[in-house]
Design a protein around this ligand. Structure first.
Ligand code: SF4
Length: 676
């Protein structure tokens, strides 16, 4: 059996996979992200590629249709809405599952030809706060380090990140490094005790959303104990004094940690030169997520521990191509190739390159706002690409009602029956993993190829081609005449080359002239594995900025619900739900509850618990465990209404967002709980 080199479609680790049409799946020993390793989800990919449940032909108003009918209707409805109500009356809601080439053409169509920035993605739920934090501190959205830093560090701090379940191969790399060098220390900062905590020397069971208090406390400790790198900060960092003043305004009592826990952590961090602080959704998915990110970046900037081997802050992305989407401007507040939507020179350069009739001038709607605009009637035509927002967004029942309120909804998806497809007027079949070609970028900025090794399912088409077909029907023919994803990638590189004079971080020059078919995984920038080793940042004066941040006041609800992932499931289970092996790990929705709280509501193991929030309710099986702290609950986010009927976990979550990044606060929801 011939095996094809491709990339796992699940998480931002971006593991290389060798895949065969008979379902053979092996880790690619030559891929620098995983060196042959795979986790349970990646290993089971062969069990998820059958045609069961696939959308195999276009559907128009519930009936099988041909492509021309469906595409004509989509183009007509979008053109009509734009003509009657203006460009901002239409919106795309896309996905970190899309390949970079898909993202590029969707972004080009919306921002350069329709003339609106109303294209946002489920990456808003993943790392928007990191993007905003990076831009405030560094002047660009740049992840400074690489995976090797995790192996070279003497201290790894994992904040709000259950790496063992959510980025398992990175966790395996850290576990192997610790086995080699047992003196390496690992600290886990998480309100829950998780599988990740098992590897750690210290677990700090912090109060939810009190990360700013903790890292402000660390910054104050660094200042008090003369651990600030004065030479580095004088040369390369602005606003150090202001950030230190702000750090002293925060009471450490918000963290819920003891004095000795805090002292141990502060001394360990202050006295260890090679520190990497890894963070993900526990930091990002918060109404103060951007400030949390900057509280972490502040400590690394204050000590100059950034851009050097074994040192730096490290945002790990949840989705396989959240990074690639960022590169081509796949969020409503970004322009392509890390250029600034708010900068007229950048906009003019992109418009000239695209030879487009227009270019958006203002930020578009962010994910939660976008569906609020659907509810209010602003959005007349909506295209949902490769995602299931009727289940995965906060206030999911409200989002489903908002989608129902849009006069014309089109979805493009690999699966036939999803909660969002049920609400669509047109469903377009997209090719899935193993059938399509393109590139993805992982958390360490490594671009890898996804390659086809299966025949196309039914009449499905790749997303980039579907979008180009609609764009041509809307009258934008020559700009969307791409014949292959290689053509799209070539234009993306050419745009990068045409805008290098803006001196942004994205540098794709090493890919120019290479054969797309045989492209090996490679990181940007061309000249090194890390950014900022030379102390040069991307603000106009070349310096980084520390951001003064203050811990918001925390209110304590009766129960505070935290949501997250299971080890063996992915998003709304459209793919992983097909594998019985993966389903056997945790077979049904559950609610982690502390024994004291279970006793207080008379719940026994296995009882069904009704959880009620301001926006809806959900019925979940009690899992009584001291892993969770008293007063807190945890539930996984995967199960859909179609699977469990009684509400999804996102029926409970609220449309509260970070004011800067727009990322929803999915980790802290006030709820009541009772036996059902
Ligand atoms: Fe796939 Fe992530 Fe597992 Fe790697 S760690 S095999 S990318 S799910």
């Amino acid at each position: 059996m011939t095996l094809t080199k491709t990339t796992c479609p699940y998480c931002g680790v971006g593991c290389g996979v060798l895949a065969g049409a008979d379902g053979t799946i092996k880790g690619d020993p030559d891929h620098p992200a995983n060196f042959g390793r795979l986790c349970s989800k990646g290993s089971a990919l062969g069990e998820t590629i059958d045609l069961d449940g696939r959308l195999l032909h276009p559907i128009v108003h519930g009936q099988k249709a041909n492509w021309d009918t469906a595409l004509d209707l989509v183009a007509q409805k979008f053109s009509d809405a734009i003509a009657e109500h203006g460009p901002d009356s239409v919106a795309f809601y896309a996905s970190g599952q899309l390949l970079t080439e898909d993202y590029y053409v969707a972004n080009k169509l919306m921002k350069g030809f329709i003339g609106s920035a109303n294209i946002d993605t489920n990456s808003r739920l993943c790392m928007a706060s990191s993007v905003a934090g990076h831009k405030r501190a560094f002047g660009t959205d740049t992840v400074p380090g690489c995976y090797e830093d995790l192996e070279e560090a003497d201290l790894i701090v994992l904040v709000g990140s259950n790496l063992a379940w959510c980025h398992p191969v990175l966790y395996q790399r850290i576990a192997a490094a610790k086995a080699d060098r047992p003196q390496m220390k690992i600290v886990n900062i998480d309100p829950r005790r998780t599988a990740t905590s098992e590897l750690c020397d210290l677990h700090l069971q912090i109060s939810p959303d009190s990360d700013i208090a903790l890292f402000n406390g660390l910054l104050a400790h660094l200042s008090d104990h003369r651990k600030i790198d004065v030479n580095y900060t004088e040369a390369h960092v602005n606003e150090l004094p202001e950030a230190i003043v702000a750090s002293r305004l925060t009471s450490l009592s918000a963290t819920g940690l003891t004095d000795s826990e805090l002292r141990n952590f502060f001394e360990l961090w202050a006295d260890t030169e090679k520190v990497v602080t890894v963070y993900s959704q526990g930091v990002n998915q918060s109404d103060c997520g951007t400030d949390k990110v900057n509280s972490i970046l502040n400590c690394h900037l204050a000590t100059g521990r950034i851009g050097k081997p074994g040192m730096g802050p490290f945002s790990v992305t949840g989705q396989p191509n959240a990074m690639g989407g960022r590169e081509v401007g796949g969020l409503s507040n970004m322009l392509v190739n890390h250029l600034e939507l708010g900068n007229p020179d950048h906009r003019a350069a992109v418009q000239e390159f695209w030879q487009s009739p227009t270019i958006c001038t203002a930020q578009g709607l962010k994910a939660v706002e976008l569906f609020e605009a659907c509810a209010s009637g602003q959005i007349k035509a909506l295209w949902v690409m490769s995602t299931n927002p009727a289940v995965s967004l906060p206030n999911a029942d409200g989002v489903a009602a908002a989608i129902r309120n849009v006069p014309f909804v089109v979805t493009s998806d690999i699966m036939g029956k999803t909660d969002t497809n049920d609400l669509a007027h047109v469903c377009l079949p997209a090719t899935g993993w193993g059938e399509k070609n393109g590139t993805v970028t992982n958390s360490e900025r490594r671009v890898s190829r996804q390659r086809a090794f299966l025949p196309t399912a039914g009449e499905a088409k790749p997303d980039w081609e579907i979008i180009c077909n609609v764009a041509r029907r809307m009258g934008y023919g020559s700009a969307f005449a791409f014949k292959s994803p290689a053509d799209v990638f070539a234009e993306y590189l050419a745009l990068d080359a045409a805008t290098t004079h803006f001196s942004r971080d994205l540098d794709l020059s090493q890919f120019a002239g290479l054969d797309y078919e045989t492209l090996d995984p490679a990181q940007w920038p061309r000249n090194g594995k890390r950014f900022f080793a030379d102390g040069q940042f991307y603000h106009p004066d070349g310096k980084a900025k520390m951001i003064p941040v203050v811990q918001p006041k925390l209110t304590k609800p009766r129960f505070e619900l935290n949501t997250g992932r299971n080890r063996d499931q992915w998003h709304t289970m459209t793919r992983t739900g097909k594998s019985p092996r993966l389903g056997s790990h945790l077979a049904e929705p559950y609610l982690e509850i502390h024994p004291q709280d279970a006793m207080a509501i008379n719940a026994r193991i296995g009882d069904l618990i009704r959880v009620k929030g301001e926006y809806g309710q959900s019925i979940l099986r009690a899992l009584i465990t001291p892993r969770i702290a008293p007063g807190q609950l945890f539930a996984p986010m995967h199960w859909t209404r179609q699977q469990v009927g009684a509400g999804t976990v996102n029926s409970l979550t609220e449309p509260t967002t970070d004011p800067i990044s727009g990322q929803p606060a999915l980790k802290s929801v006030s709820v009541a709980a009772e036996v059902f």
